[in-house]
Design a protein around this ligand. Structure first.
Ligand SMILES: Nc1ncnc2c1ncn2[C@@H]1O[C@H](COP(=O)(O)OP(=O)(O)OP(=O)(O)O)[C@@H](O)[C@H]1O
Length: 327
């Protein structure tokens, strides 16, 4: 296979399913007839509620779970028929804290994973040093990973995943449990992997603000199927006509705020701000009628671009597939 072709998708998934047999004759469809194509050099977010099937997809891409049916092609290599070559294209950090050896130092972990992946000794040492320096871990390279903070451990795990310089990096919940500063370091580094080194990054996360900052394209999954698979900018435009901000002078009482309950309420500088998706004009007028009835001083009603979190919640509650028709 020609892996150098730029037009080749990094990952191509066709009619992929994973069905688990449960007790009796019942079956859980963790992933169900999924089609997906992920372009080279993209940061791709795989989003969905708990149990949507994200980790199952990541594990199938790594070759850790055998699909029930369907095909996975990675940089042109069929995972079922050319497994070694296909898996070589990938570096992965799975969910949780056990991606690296806690008794080994950061340096030893990098050398261990590099040798396991067939790196040559001289290049391996140069790359290990470069990665540890980039991630600000060089000073602590000889300390056992178990003595590291959660953020430092996660940085070591990501460094181990990319030690052999794979072109595709899979990150399952890369910022879970990290404090704001550690999450930002990981986030900035993920962005650098794609934008400066041209790597394809596929990440799952429940932190939708991080997905919104990082991802160029986003898939939203529900019950093993796709509800949406679109460029982030398209998705954010999807409910643009329905996302409002209503500003009022003064602070609402809790009884007054309850009338606008599905909207987010904030108060600052003497103004109350109601923000959220208002699905139709009739609902908007009902809110405005309440405002008039309560004699709340109205300052402004404005259309806003929704956040990814609002689009996500809306899509999940609607439960309908979204076609890519937004220009
Ligand atoms: N080994 C297994 N046996 C049976 N069912 C499983 C197994 N592994 C996963 N599942 C089920 O498959 C579905 C998808 O799980 P998966 O872990 O892929 O979801 P997820 O989107 O990653 O969820 P989360 O966000 O909670 O990590 C869930 O209903 C889960 O309970």
């Amino acid at each position: 296979m020609d892996t150098s072709a730029k037009s080749l998708p990094a990952i191509s998934i066709t009619a992929l399913s994973k069905h688990y047999r449960l007790a009796g004759k019942s079956v859980r469809k963790a992933v169900d007839q999924l089609d997906l194509s992920i372009a080279q050099g993209q940061i791709y977010g795989l989003l969905g509620a708990n149990g949507a099937g994200k980790t199952t997809i990541i594990k199938m891409l790594c070759g850790l779970i055998i699909p029930t049916s369907g095909h996975i092609v990675i940089n042109g290599y069929d995972l079922a028929r050319e497994r070694y070559r296909a898996v070589q294209q990938i570096g992965a950090v799975l969910e949780g804290t056990r991606n690296v050896y806690w008794r080994l130092s950061a340096w030893e972990n990098l050398l261990y994973f590099g040798r396991l992946k067939g790196c040559r000794e001289r290049e391996l040492r140069i790359r290990a040093r470069q990665l540890l320096e980039e991630l600000e871990l060089w000073e602590r390279r000889n300390s056992a990973v178990r003595t590291f903070s959660r953020g430092m451990q996660q940085k070591v795990a990501i460094a181990c995943a990319v030690i052999a310089d794979p072109s595709i990096v899979l990150l399952d919940e890369p910022t879970l449990g990290l404090d704001i500063q550690a999450a930002r370091t990981v986030k900035d580094w993920v962005a650098k992997l794609a934008r400066e080194q041209g790597k394809t990054v596929i990440l799952t996360t429940h932190q939708l603000d991080i997905a919104q900052q990082l991802c160029e394209r986003v898939a939203i999954m529900r019950h093993g199927q796709l509800l949406a698979d679109q460029p982030l900018t398209h998705l954010l435009k999807y409910f643009r006509e329905e996302h409002y901000q209503i500003r009022l002078r003064g602070q609402l009482s809790s009884e007054q705020a309850a009338l606008f309950a599905p909207l987010n309420m904030s108060y600052a500088d003497g103004e109350s701000c109601l923000t959220g998706l208002i699905g139709n004009q009739a609902q908007l007028y009902r809110y405005l009628a309440d405002i008039e009835r309560l004699q709340l001083p109205l300052l402004a009603v404005q259309l806003l671009e929704p956040s990814l979190e609002e689009v996500f919640m809306r899509l999940l509650s609607a439960g309908k597939e979204v076609k890519d028709h937004v220009a």
